[in-house]
Design a protein around this ligand. Structure first.
Ligand SMILES: *Cc1c(COP(=O)(O)O)cnc(C)c1O
Length: 379
C-alpha cells in the first residue's frame, strides 16, 4: 500500500484555464468579473443575502469584528475547542473571551452554558459548527435576540451544510467561510464573508474596500470616492476568484464523493463504537457535508498509541485543536471554570484521512488497521 496522507488538495482541472482568462482581461485586482460571478453564484445557491470573497476565513472573521464595532472591554462568547481565528479578531480589538465548553456528544459548544456566560458587557456570540455539523441555531438566535447580542457563524468548515432548511452561514448576522486547502473547496488561501442582516450590507462593502466608498462610487451611488469608515484590504485578487470558479463548478461532485468516503468510515467503524471509541454524532437538525471524519479515543495515551500504530502503517492521522482557554497566550487571562469536554476532545480526538482523491479501498485499509489496533487494546 502507498502511504495515505491526511489531506491532498483536489484540483478540478479547470483552475489554470480560468486563471489565464482572468489574467487576459487585464484587470486582476479585487472585485473583478470572476469575483462577482462567484459571489452571485454562492448567494443564489445558499440564500446568503450578500457574499464578499476574502483572502481567508480569518479575514472574514476580522470583518465581522469590525462590523460588530467590538471595542476594549467588550465580551464575546465562543467555544474553547476551536481554531484561534474564531477569537483572535475580537481579541485584537480588545475584547475578552468567555469560553464555553463543548457538549459531551459532539465538539460543538454547549448551548446550555451560553446564558450563564452573558454579562452586561457581552456583545456577541461566535458559533463554530465543528466538522460542518450545525449547532442548534434556533436556540442560539433566541438567546441572542433576548439579550440583544450579535451572532457570527464561524462556518469555515461548512460549505454546503445545513441547519434544518437553512444553509450554515445564512442564519447569524454574518458568517465566515474558508477556502484554505484543507477545506472541501479551496483556493489555497481564501474565504468569504456572508452578510445576512441587510442593514449592515453597505458597511460590509466599505470595510472590504479599505474603509472607502469605492463600491458605491462605481455604482453611481456616491459622487466622490472617499475615506468613510475603518476597513482593510480584505478582497482577494480576481485570479483567486478564477480558481474558485473551477472549484464551484465541481462542488456537487466533490461533496458526493466526500460523503461517500465518510459513510464508508462510519459503516466500518460503528462496531468499535459500541465499546472502544466515540464516533461523530450528527443531530437530527443537522446535515453532514463530509468535511471531516474523526473518532474520539478514551485517553490521550490511547490516542498517541493509535496515531503511532497508523503511522507505522504509513497512514497519517492527526489530532486537532487544543483548548484555547489553556493556550500559552490566553491561560493567564482566563478566569472561568474548567472546561472538561473541550479538554477531552483536545486530548482524545483523531482525524482520519479524507479528501476527494482518496479511494474507498484506502478507507477500508485505514479501518482495518484501526480494528487491528483495538484487538490489542481492549476497552
Ligand atoms: C480553517 C478554519 C479557520 C481559518 O480559516 P482560514 O481560511 O485559514 O483563515 C477558522 N475557523 C475554523 C473553525 C477553521 O476550521
Amino acid at each position: 500500500m502507498k502511504p495515505i496522507y491526511f489531506n491532498i488538495p483536489h484540483l478540478t482541472g479547470k483552475e489554470l484555464m480560468y486563471m489565464k482568462r482572468a489574467v487576459k482581461t487585464g484587470k486582476i485586482s479585487g472585485d473583478g468579473l470572476f469575483t462577482r460571478e462567484c459571489q452571485a453564484q454562492l448567494e443564489k445557491a445558499y440564500g446568503f443575502k450578500k457574499v464578499l470573497l476574502t483572502n481567508s476565513c480569518t479575514d472574514a472573521l476580522e470583518m465581522g469584528a469590525m462590523l460588530f464595532n467590538i471595542k476594549e472591554g467588550d465580551e464575546v462568547i465562543a467555544p474553547s475547542f476551536t481554531f484561534v481565528s474564531s477569537v483572535n479578531p475580537f481579541v485584537i480589538r480588545g475584547a475578552n473571551i468567555a469560553f464555553a465548553d463543548s457538549t459531551a456528544t459532539n465538539p460543538n459548544m454547549d448551548i446550555k452554558q451560553i446564558e450563564s456566560l452573558i454579562t452586561n458587557k457581552t456583545k456577541a456570540i461566535v458559533v463554530v459548527h465543528y466538522a460542518g455539523v450545525a449547532c442548534d441555531m434556533d436556540a442560539i438566535m433566541n438567546i441572542a435576540k433576548k439579550h440583544k447580542l450579535l451572532v457570527i457563524e464561524d462556518a469555515a468548515q461548512c460549505i454546503d451544510s445545513y441547519y434544518k432548511k437553512s444553509a450554515l452561514g445564512s442564519i447569524g448576522h454574518v458568517g465566515a467561510f474558508s477556502f484554505h486547502e484543507s477545506k472541501n473547496i479551496i483556493t489555497g488561501e481564501g474565504g468569504m464573508l456572508t452578510v445576512n442582516d441587510t442593514s449592515i450590507n453597505d458597511r460590509a462593502e466599505i470595510i472590504w474596500e479599505k474603509g472607502t466608498n469605492r463600491r458605491a462610487f462605481f455604482k453611481g451611488k456616491a459622487d466622490k470616492y472617499e475615506w468613510v469608515d475603518v476597513g482593510s484590504s480584505f478582497l482577494p485578487s480576481d485570479i483567486t476568484a478564477a480558481f474558485l470558479k473551477a472549484q464551484l463548478e465541481e462542488l456537487d461532485k466533490i461533496q458526493k464523493k466526500r460523503r461517500r468516503l465518510w459513510e464508508q468510515y462510519y459503516d466500518q467503524l460503528k462496531e468499535l463504537a459500541k465499546k472502544n471509541i466515540m464516533l461523530p454524532n450528527i443531530p437530527e437538525y443537522a446535515t453532514n457535508n463530509g468535511h471531516m471524519f474523526y473518532l474520539v479515543c478514551k485517553s490521550k495515551d490511547e490516542r498517541s498509541k493509535l496515531i503511532e500504530h497508523l503511522k507505522k502503517h504509513k497512514i497519517q492521522a492527526v489530532f486537532h485543536y487544543q483548548s484555547l482557554h489553556k493556550s500559552p497566550f490566553y491561560k493567564d487571562k482566563y478566569k472561568g471554570p474548567e472546561l472538561p469536554n473541550s479538554d477531552h476532545y483536545s486530548d482524545c480526538l483523531v482525524r482520519l484521512p479524507l479528501y476527494y482523491d482518496l479511494k474507498l479501498n484506502e478507507v477500508d485499509h485505514v479501518c482495518e488497521q484501526i480494528l487491528k489496533f483495538y484487538k490489542n487494546f481492549p476497552a
